[in-house]
Design a protein around this ligand. Structure first.
Ligand SMILES: *Cc1c(COP(=O)(O)O)cnc(C)c1O
Length: 361
């Protein structure tokens, strides 16, 4: 049989945080930055509603969801587009803006989907060095040339957990040419307690050349349902709506997202939980000379350079106990570090006990 020729891509497929260990049940998954408190009670109710009509197509424009988002975040619903995860919005943006040979600037260590979708449409991906695992505005500016079309940036950044301050982010926009689109990915914005931080949405709501990404996969606890949204100028949103798959966000996801937005208590509890345990785990790990970024989002990037164990060895020992962290070597290409998601109270305690056992020997 002949295989019909397909296009070849110079791409490493996305590798999600692992979730299984051979022969072990009851895995503690701290590898994908999911919600520590699970799904909100309100969203759960929406999901189990017996009146959902699965034989009908969902609202392709996610009207009610966009309306609720605009209320909650005080922004214009005509400038919102919903996607099957913010993932899909990144894909649509790349399809809309990038031609072969256009250039996209990404920080050296950044969310893997930016490079994957940019390369699929033939764009050239240019990496800007970071300083001490923090995005550098001046290094980004150094990489700008006449072919530069977009800059992607998660703030706070994944997997490093560092962030640009309000002033650094404003400065970046000022120094970029006006016809370069700055995409600010606010995936972890809700967790941020840092006084010098402002989300992309808060800073750039009315900017024509900034596009904001948000997700329901992290603090809202709906990773599996795939819902995210983008916010940009009316012109960009109208153009995205032309190329959007018609029924991209399913009905259950839309309903659950609407309810999770309304569950203020759940969000407040998640933020408090995260700050408390992130601080506790950071302190605890410093006893073993494992250092990490200042507390920011719902994960810590653990640095083993001063620790008596190598990151890889710690990873394997935890894995044998059924606890999975995120390797930063594959994909992100960061050596001797691991990314730890802040888990539930029980998960964090088990992680602490397992770590104590590993170092006792
Ligand atoms: C987790 C994450 C997302 C969310 O992706 P979804 O497709 O919405 O699940 C987006 N950006 C970054 C930087 C992330 O870490």
């Amino acid at each position: 049989m002949t295989t019909v020729k397909f296009k070849k891509f110079d791409i490493e497929a996305y590798q999600p945080g692992k979730s299984t260990v051979k022969r072990l049940k009851n895995i503690i998954k701290l590898s994908a930055n999911e919600s520590a408190l699970g799904v909100s009670v309100r969203a759960k109710k929406a999901i189990s509603n017996k009146k959902l009509k699965f034989f009908r197509y969902p609202d392709g424009k996610s009207r009610e969801l966009r309306s609720q988002i605009s209320k909650k975040f005080d922004c214009n619903k005509e400038k919102i587009i919903c996607g099957a995860g913010s993932d899909e919005v990144i894909q649509m943006l790349c399809q809309l803006f990038l031609k072969p040979k256009d250039e996209v600037i990404l920080p050296q260590f950044s969310f893997l989907m930016y490079r994957i979708y940019a390369k699929i449409v033939g764009a050239k991906v240019v990496f800007a060095k970071e300083k001490n695992f923090k995005v550098s505005v001046s290094e980004i500016i150094k990489k700008v040339n006449s072919k530069t079309k977009m800059v992607f940036l998660a703030n706070p950044n994944n997997p490093t957990g560092t962030y640009l301050t309000k002033f650094e982010l404003i400065n970046l926009r000022k120094r970029l040419r006006k016809n370069i689109l700055l995409v600010v990915d606010d995936a972890y914005a809700e967790y941020m307690q840092n006084k010098d931080y402002k989300s992309g949405l808060d800073l750039f709501k009315n900017k024509q050349n900034v596009f904001i990404l948000r997700t329901f996969s992290k603090i809202y606890g709906l990773s599996s349902l795939r819902v995210g949204w983008g916010y940009g100028s009316k012109k960009i949103i109208d153009a995205l709506n032309i190329i959007k798959p018609p029924f991209n966000v399913n009905e259950v996801a839309q309903k659950a997202a609407i309810e999770s937005l309304k569950d203020k208590k759940f969000i407040t509890r998640s933020v408090k939980h995260n700050y408390f345990y992130a601080t506790k785990l950071k302190d605890f790990l410093s006893n073993y000379d494992i250092s990490s970024n200042k507390v920011s989002a719902n994960f810590l990037l653990l640095n083993f350079n001063k620790c008596k164990l190598r990151a890889k060895s710690f990873y394997e020992k935890l894995k044998r106990k059924g606890i999975i962290l995120r390797s930063t070597e594959e994909g992100y290409k960061i050596k001797n570090m691991l990314r730890l998601t802040i888990g539930s109270k029980e998960e964090n305690i088990k992680f602490i006990k397992a770590t104590q056992n590993i170092f006792r020997k």
